[in-house]
Design a protein around this ligand. Sequence first.
Ligand code: PMP
Length: 426
Amino acid sequence: TGLSSDERELVRRREKLLGPAYRLFYQKPVHLVRGEGVWLYDPAGERYLDVYNNVASVGHCNPRVVEALTRQASTLNTHTRYLHETILTYAERLQKKVPGELGHIMFTCTGSEANDLALRVTRAYTGRRGMIVTKLAYHGLTCAVSELSPSLGEYVERGPHVRLVPPPDSYRGEVDVGKAFATGVRAAIADMRANGIEPAALLVDTIFSSDGVFADPPGFLREAVEVIRAAGGLFIADEVQPGFGRVGPDFWGFARHGLVPDMVTVGKPMGNGHPMAGVFMKPHLVEEFGRKARYFNTFGGNPVACAVGLAVLDVIEGEGLPERARDVGDYMRAGLRDLAGRYEAIGDVRGAGQFTGLELVEDRASKAPAAALTTRIVNGLRERHVLISATGPGANILKIRPPLVFTREHADIFLDRMADVLKASV
Ligand code: PMP
């Protein structure tokens, strides 16, 4: 694999200590020791361009975030059972970012916990169990939520209450993706009911990251949401991937579709690497749950987390990052479409803001996924010090999702190296 003896030793210790469930990226793993902005550094000081990381969205080790974190950590860090003003200041700031109907926010530490809490609130409010998710969705790792994460593979049990629907695939699917998606949801509801299960909610990642990145046309989610609501179920938007400006000035994936969800789960970029997540919800949904259930999350919403969250919002707003995500994302997609003019293997380039899917195919007529080529490109980019990954059912869709502080100059570096790797790989 071309690893140094030190790196081979790290791999050996990992396997011995962490066990078999952990996976490394790349045939030749990357060893990182430092980050700054869009760059990550290995022990030799070599830098890698981060085109993968949607967590460090305001840049690795952003100084304003680090400063807010260290200041609060050296002042006080307790939990949500004492009065503390920062959590309220932060909640008010967050509230301004979502539609007014979503009047409460509850804080967790991970996106998995956020979806798990949304599931509990859904069950408590509706008294129902039926859940609808897309075929290759990922919503998290708890016992309950892993049942809603078919991308984890067949090994994970799904349970009789879960139905999978085809994603709104604008490349391989029907012309009217919204209608086709709603048809899938209708069929899922009918199938549940035929088995004595009532639909509780439709839960979707509004950019469909693990299904293959489907963003267009904006509004295509509306019909499916009408269908689930007409059946008495809720619509939950999982914004863990698209949220916080990644998809552009609309700020949220659901907003691009002109929707107001019943609940919205958020995480990843919320703390720029500090473990923070949460659930926005319409207040009536949680009234009874709140009376009966006590919710205490030891670390969720603590003063350090809230100070970090405020600093992240300050940077996102202060530096106009949603607008930059749109501008630089459009610029990157234009550059990638130029490459598609030269390389038949690029079947489709799609996305919104700084979230792009690039589909590699055997040929444009068959659209057959070119998985081996995709692996060569991902590893070839790694050799050229660009970090990226692939997704989708055919493992042939490059997921291009850099920190939002990415500039056109960074995009040019990426496009140059993409051109180089395509020349060497196809
Ligand atoms: N939802 C989506 C759409 C995700 O991509 C992820 C993480 N990949 C999660 C939920 C779970 O978040 P976490 O890893 O913070 O538990």
